[in-house]
Design a protein around this ligand. Structure first.
Ligand code: IMP
Ligand code: MG
Length: 502
């Protein structure tokens, strides 16, 4: 029989060979589909395979519209463009069976009164067709259809075969779509990396258009911003202040612009007596450009920022002394208890995870948690201090180990000064997808805020001084004081003799 078969057209040969041939065809279709990653190529592999295996003239793939009342052609094989353009198929009494997962056959379109578009079928010389649902998971999303030129009946194995092809196709379509999405993601990531490398290379090749700082304090300040990974520009813009005719005769050029925070910063290291002129200029600038955010840092502000990191302004380390008490032990105790009550009330329905920022928060959080009458969980994090030998800027020395996803998180801090530390921590915690994130801080040193963040609970408004005690340190000292005091720098510290006498 082999010789006789060879003389026949492939279509006939396949049709006659029955179930075994369907299996082979299915294998080939699966292979063809699986070898493409492009969703657009899946239908062609599917349609060609189905039509050939069933000895059909052509085939088509139709998808249901979102309203699920029409099938629309999305791809076809072996039928004309005109036929495809005839229009969508209504979900009628016959096609509704497909939605229920059944195959639908029209054995002879000429004698079947139900067929839609009978004239177009006739022109295309289609006499019979078989449709099977295209299913994804449990849902019918469309149909696969084969057309033949003669009237025909469809045995169960033919229906099974076409259904298997449809199932295979639906999954392949979905996979290809997912693959394309994945590919897109990979491409995006690669693009980001390339940009990052390019930027880094550019930065290395011409190291940050060597900024010429007008004053060493500006350079120091830039280093501080770099540490907190706050992007800045140095003197990026000049604002005209005074004109004579068309001529600008006076300008204001703020020192820094914090790119991500739309914040200008003017550092003035001049003596206090010389700042009057600068103040006037700044007022003028604010009048002319009320839309710009600008913050003036005086020398004393600046010194205090540096003092916090252990730089000179407070004098030689060890020569300073704790000075005037700002908050007594009793005051702190009362206030912490009140904060605990407020938290207990606000979080009664959904106890929070308390996250303390080490090390300064230790006494505060220890006391606070004992005034919260809820089943709270407690965790800690710690970030690297500025000014150490640690390269790479701010980073976490310790991260909260609890799963914060879907939790109500209450971040507990000792003191907020410029707000740079807090901002860095908040951005990090947001990435861990808590349901809510609020801040509780014992001391709010508003006076020198550079970056604002909402503070839900505040213990005290702190004076613009360097404070120690109740967790706060100067060079790791004084954390254990039960009160909070201002630090007296070396030159104000009581003479050694007096100290001994007391
Ligand atoms: P910020 O990033 O400028 O808000 O600084 C916050 C951190 O600086 C706090 O967590 C403290 O560790 C430290 N800090 C700020 N002000 C003081 C202070 O007066 N005494 C001791 N540490 C301070
Ligand atoms: Mg701190």
């Amino acid at each position: 029989m082999a010789t006789a078969d060879l003389g026949k057209k492939p279509q006939q040969r396949r049709r006659r060979s029955g179930g075994g041939q369907y299996q082979r065809s299915l294998y080939q279709i699966a292979k063809a589909i699986n070898s493409t990653r492009v969703s657009g190529e899946v239908p062609q592999a599917l349609l060609r395979g189905a039509a050939e295996a069933m000895g059909a003239k052509g085939s088509s793939l139709l998808l249901l519209n979102p309203e699920r009342d029409q099938f629309l052609h999305i791809a076809a094989h072996g039928v004309s463009e005109t036929f495809l353009r005839k229009g969508p198929l209504r979900v009628d009494d016959m096609l509704v069976k497909l939605l229920a997962g059944e195959a639908v056959a029209v054995e002879d379109a000429q004698s079947d009164p139900h067929v839609q578009y009978p004239d177009e079928l006739k022109k295309e010389k289609i006499r019979s067709f078989l449709s099977v649902p295209l299913r994804l998971w449990d849902e019918v999303i469309g149909m696969l259809r084969v057309y033949t030129t003669r009237p025909r009946t469809y045995p169960p194995e033919a229906i099974e075969f076409l259904s298997a092809v449809a199932d295979l196709g639906a999954v392949a379509l979905e996979n290809a779509k997912a693959y394309e999405a994945l590919q897109q993601e990979v491409d995006d990531t690669r693009q980001e990396l390339l940009t990052w490398y390019a930027e880094r290379r550019a930065a290395q090749e011409n190291p940050k258009k060597p900024v010429r700082f007008a004053h060493p304090s500006e350079e120091e300040f830039a280093r501080l911003l770099d540490f907190y990974k706050i992007r800045w520009d140095y003197e990026p813009r000049s604002f005209p202040l005074v004109w004579v005719g068309d001529r600008i005769v006076e300008m204001f050029t703020p020192d820094f612009y914090l790119i991500d925070h739309d914040q200008y910063i003017e550092l003035t290291t001049l003596k206090q007596s010389l700042t009057t002129r600068k103040n006037r200029k700044l007022r003028h600038l604010r009048e002319l450009h009320p839309e710009i955010n600008i913050r003036l840092l005086y020398r004393r502000d600046y010194n205090k920022i540096l003092a916090k990191y252990g730089y000179a302004p407070l004098g030689e380390v060890g020569a300073e002394t704790p000075g005037r008490i700002v908050f007594t032990e009793a005051e702190i105790k009362d206030r912490v208890a009140a904060l605990g009550r407020a938290i207990t009330e606000d979080y009664a329905q959904s106890p929070p995870v308390l996250i303390g920022v080490l090390k300064g928060v230790a006494p505060f959080l220890n006391d606070l948690m004992r005034h919260i009458n809820l089943l709270v969980e407690v965790d800690y994090l710690a970030i690297s201090p500025f000014g150490g030998e640690m390269p790479g800027g701010v980073h976490f020395l310790l991260d909260a180990s609890l799963d914060l996803r879907g939790r109500h998180v209450l971040l507990v801090e000792d003191i907020i000064d410029t707000g740079m530390t807090l901002r860095y921590i908040i951005e990090h915690l947001h990435r861990r997808e808590p349901t809510s994130l609020e801040v509780c801080v014992l001391l709010d040193k508003r006076a020198r805020r550079l970056l604002e963040s909402p503070l839900r609970y505040v213990g005290f408004e702190a004076p613009d001084e360097f404070l120690v005690g109740y967790g706060l340190d100067y060079h790791e000292r004084y954390r254990n004081l039960p009160f909070i005091a201002i630090v007296n720098p070396a030159e104000l510290a009581a003479p050694v003799g007096a100290k001994q006498a007391s």
